[in-house]
Design a protein around this ligand. Sequence first.
Ligand code: NAD
Length: 468
Amino acid sequence: MLDFGMTIGGRQVAGQDRFAVLNPASGEVVGNVTNATIDDLDQAVSAAKDAYPAWSALPDAERQKAIGALAATLEARAGELAELLTRENGKPLGGIGSHFELGGAVAWTGYTAGLEMPVKVLQDNDEGRVELHRKSLGVVGSILPWNWPVIIAIWHIMPALRAGNTVVVKPSPFTPLSTMLAVQIMNEILPAGVLNIITSDDQGPSIGAAMAQHPDIRKIVFTGSTATGEKVMQGAATTMKRLTLELGGNDAGIILPDVDPKAIAEGLFWGAFINTGQTCAAMKRMYVHEDIHDAVVEEFVNFSKNMKTGNGMDEGVMMGPLTTPFQHEKVAGLVEAAAKDGTVRLGGKSLGGQFHETTIVTDLADDHPLVTEEQFGPTIPILRFHDVEDALERANASDSGLGGSIWTNDMDKAKSLALRMECGSVWINKHGALQPNAPFGGVKKSGIGVEHGDEGLMEMTDIQVILQ
Ligand code: NAD
């Protein structure tokens, strides 16, 4: 069993109070970690604050080199990190699981290392010269969810470091270990205090809430539920912190009548059920044209029923357990209600422990909770439409606006519909695929700001304009 300390100022800090991290597939204890106090948080912030002047003063090329070295060391340790990730989160080791997540983490790190932050000359003529500079902020606080604990940590940490900030990370109490190991590995390269991590079980005084209010943290990058995001925003108000909030989604996919149902079945499966459906930008509502509704349901069910659910360590498993007991309870409750009001085409039952059958439901009303709420699990409602305008209106009738997708062979139609979807990303003939050069973020209650690419990097900076 692992016993991890927090990394503060380059040292391992064990702390008095500990809590256990459980394997969601077996209930076994994977490791013990520290339950941080507010004093621990203050120490982590002060270590990051002390490390900031030297780190931010490095020439850009030096920070780029350091982040390139982080990519190499994470790649070398990816196997170890992936196993730990599966043990605490439950996702399959193979398939689109832990190795996939680590591969993405390494690729994102390498890509971020290469980003440039040039001075922009806005005017240079007889009347004067105006330059726009991008300046680092100071200490950035990163608050993480449990669904993709390594790659989302990388999305927070790398642009923050690249821009010259120092960082304090707080992982989810359900999945702190893989993030902690990644931070330990990165601390073998980074100067002490540049990257710190603290852990909390969320049962006592909220470390996340204290981060949002902390006077020495200049920015919070938060990924998690919309409800907690609202609290972060309130907490950040008095210090006027910069915020990037990546929150919940209820992504719609719209499937037009010209597609081949068999050809899109695999894409629909991964679009909806990547990470056992516990993905912010997974498809969570599927609107299918009435002409092909039954054929799409049949092909989607046929593909999905062959994707094995089980312990992520076992060969051939594609769907793991729900990562938290609460998430399992939520999914089971939504499916139970949907079974009463609609038609279950696949699955429908809990498999015991935190496992749930992959469940596909049709014939639900638009106001059913499985349609209106973020299920965040291995179940999806399929809804029939007659007119694409109606489908678009129903897709947009949500407080969330993270992603969406259009499935058709007609690219012109796809793009014109995409532009009318109220969400931050629209995929055509796929759903949820993120890439390091494409800014990603939500509209409406799915968040504020973006991550990735130049635009994501710039969110880790303030603008300063010099006018002469
Ligand atoms: P959560 O909101 O319960 O927890 C997220 C983090 O916030 C955890 O580290 C938690 O300890 C911390 N926290 C708890 N109370 C806090 C407070 N008062 N102030 C500050 N921090 C606090 O979310 P979760 O259940 O871990 O993650 C699932 C949710 O995250 C889903 O809604 C999902 O859609 C969303 N998500 C969004 C994205 C995205 O990029 N938009 C990505 C992944 C997950």
